[in-house]
Design a protein around this ligand. Structure first.
Ligand SMILES: [Zn+2]
Ligand SMILES: [Zn+2]
Length: 236
């Protein structure tokens, strides 16, 4: 029986393969814009600022939006991602930090951004366990993602590649890079490169200082696409 992390890695590997086989520069650039939309509106805003930090409130529709669109980055379910991220904040750069390359090694830090099979403290999962929507998408994560992949591939392999595979590859490296560049020398740091790849998550030093803030970055020039999206949908 394969572990959940291995299953996620197999999907990431298949997506890398599809991108190599069907590579086309103009499609890739369009897919990069599609990835920016997924990253800003579902991962940075949803997985991260909404579920991990409860930094804003909005309608119930947004939970389904985040859980479904988020799969186009293959980050694993919200339950494991958000609880691992909460633990990252609580124990940043220490032994229990699931994203610390100092303690977990470069490879694990770069490839395992989702927290499935990580040793997560109960305090970080408690609230998420009570959320029925989160638990539904946790249980059926692989069923739904397989259905999305199979449908796109059967319509056309190129459609599968640029709607699904390329965003997954960009997510894999974007979050791998932020895990490495977002903490250097045992401290949170800002990274322009990680910010471009993650649609606004690169101002990581500021984020650790004010993790409840739905905006990231505190200077006008610090681009934060996710923050613009949240400003448009938040209720509070
Ligand atoms: Zn961090
Ligand atoms: Zn955070």
């Amino acid at each position: 029986m394969l572990s959940n992390t291995t299953r996620l890695l197999i999907i990431h590997a298949l997506c890398h393969l599809a991108m190599i086989v069907y590579f086309d520069l103009s499609y890739f650039l369009m897919s990069f814009l599609w990835w920016q939309w997924i990253a800003a509106s579902a991962i940075a805003s949803g997985y991260h600022r909404y579920y991990s930090h409860n930094s804003f409130e909005t309608g119930k529709w947004y939970e389904h939006y985040v859980n479904i669109l988020g799969m186009f980055a293959n980050p694993g379910p919200v339950l494991t991602w958000a609880s691992a991220h909460k633990q990252h904040h609580r124990h940043a750069d220490q032994e229990k930090d699931p994203h610390s390359y100092i303690h977990k090694g470069w490879f694990a830090c770069y490839t395992n951004t989702w927290g499935w099979d990580a040793n997560i403290e109960r305090i970080h999962t408690k609230k998420l366990f009570r959320n029925k929507t989160v638990m539904f998408y946790y249980r059926y994560y692989f069923h739904i993602i397989t259905a999305i992949m199979a449908t796109l591939y059967l319509i056309h392999p190129v459609l599968f590649t640029y709607v699904f595979a390329v965003p997954v590859v960009l997510a894999f490296h974007g979050y791998g890079i932020i895990n490495i560049l977002g903490h250097r020398g045992g401290k949170p740091r800002n990274s322009v490169l990680a910010n471009i790849l993650t649609a606004g998550e690169g101002w990581h030093k500021y984020h650790h200082e004010r993790s409840k803030d739905w905006k990231n970055g505190n200077k006008w020039w610090q681009w934060d696409f996710a923050g613009l999206w949240i400003r448009a949908i938040k209720h509070n």
